[in-house]
Write a protein that binds this ligand. Structure first.
Ligand code: UDP
Ligand code: MG
Length: 329
């Protein structure tokens, strides 16, 4: 069976590439991507690549424009500023027109050669093809360990299962893309949203390579924020934990109060007990601050959602169709 029905000329594959300061790697990436696409049997030229420039501060946009001029079905979207990868991907998902859509990083950490295999899995009926990294070369011990912990925590807390070690490299069927485009929330924890839509999800394993050139755009603090975002966006369990903790402390305080009352009545009052006093104050104060912090996290989310701002602003989009020269009459 050929992966793509050659008779169905309308069938198309879209590749979405978010790019933020990727001038060093883009030309190499594009060359590898196009040769990988050319190698997919039956696909011919029925593909488009949508690059989303996420407010890069280097020459990424110029390079993309040059690439577009040199021909091929390339779309270049420019966001009005840096909105973050999740927003850039959301923009790409809105612009892509394919029957299947692949999300891929520009830094060659996700090998474009795997797209053929992903298309095959899609042709066999999958709606979401999740690419699972079995090795994370070029990443520090700390990053690997924190990633493992993150999946443990979030899967313990959230109601949808978020597959472990699956990044954003994936293929989505048209109905999966339409479903994602319908989700109105501003909190774009995409890993969670991909899992939330359901449909037929398949996991394919691959080796993750180190970045080909340039720097990672995810410092640790940003990753921590990302984790908090994911957990609070997909679970209200922390709120419940805060109430349980409060309830437990109140209960033990009540028991302790009874004990003190009896003790005072039996052996009389004394000025001793300063350590107990200070400990109680500290523990209670700490618990209250923690609970307030958790409530604050959710309140903040609610605040951001209630403003109902768009996820991103598009400066301009040059679609692949503008680029494809009309056939000679
Ligand atoms: N990216 C983006 N906007 C950002 C940060 C990153 O569009 O604010 C893109 C980046 O150009 C790359 C992909 O997201 O194509 C993954 O970024 P990176 O390689 O820095 O992340 P990592 O692989 O370290 O998780
Ligand atoms: Mg990367």
């Amino acid at each position: 069976m050929t992966p793509i029905d050659p008779a169905d000329r309308s069938c198309m594959l879209s590749i979405i590439v978010p790019a933020y300061n990727e001038e060093e790697v883009l030309p190499a990436f594009h060359a590898r991507l196009t040769s990988a696409l050319a190698a997919i049997p039956g696909l011919d030229d029925r593909w488009e690549v949508v690059y989303v420039n996420d407010g890069s501060k280097d020459h990424t946009l110029n390079i993309l424009r040059e690439m577009q001029k040199s021909g091929g079905a390339i779309g270049v979207a420019n966001l009005s500023r840096n909105f973050g990868k999740e927003a850039a991907m959301s923009a790409g998902l809105k612009l892509a027109r394919g029957n299947a859509v692949v999300l891929i990083d520009a830094d060659l950490q996700d090998p474009p050669e795997l797209i053929g295999q992903m298309v095959q899995v899609w042709q066999q009926g999958a709606d979401v093809v999740n690419m699972k990294r079995i090795s994370r070369q070029g990443e520090t011990w700390f990053k690997k360990a924190s990633a493992r912990w993150f999946y443990k925590v979030i899967n313990g807390l959230s109601e949808v299962h978020i597959p472990e070690n699956v990044g954003d490299f994936r293929l989505l069927s048209r109905r999966a893309v339409d479903a994602l485009n319908q989700l109105p929330e501003r909190n774009r924890f995409m890993k969670g949203l991909f899992a939330w839509i359901g449909y037929k999800q398949v996991v394919v394993e691959y080796d993750r390579h180190p970045r080909a050139a340039g720097q990672t755009k995810w410092p640790y603090l940003k990753l921590l924020n990302f984790a908090v975002e994911g957990i609070t966006g997909f679970s209200v369990v922390p709120l419940r934990l805060a109430s349980y903790a409060g309830f437990l402390t109140a209960l033990s305080a009540f028991v302790y109060a009874l004990f003190l009352l009896v003790k005072t009545l039996v052996i009389g009052d004394s000025v001793k007990g300063f350590p107990t006093l200070i400990l109680t104050i500290l523990i209670l104060g700490g618990l209250q601050l923690m609970a307030m912090g958790i409530i604050g996290e959710y309140l903040g989310r609610l605040f951001m959602e209630s403003k109902n701002r768009p996820l991103y602003l598009l400066d301009e989009y040059h679609s692949p169709q503008e680029n494809v020269k009309p056939a000679q009459a």
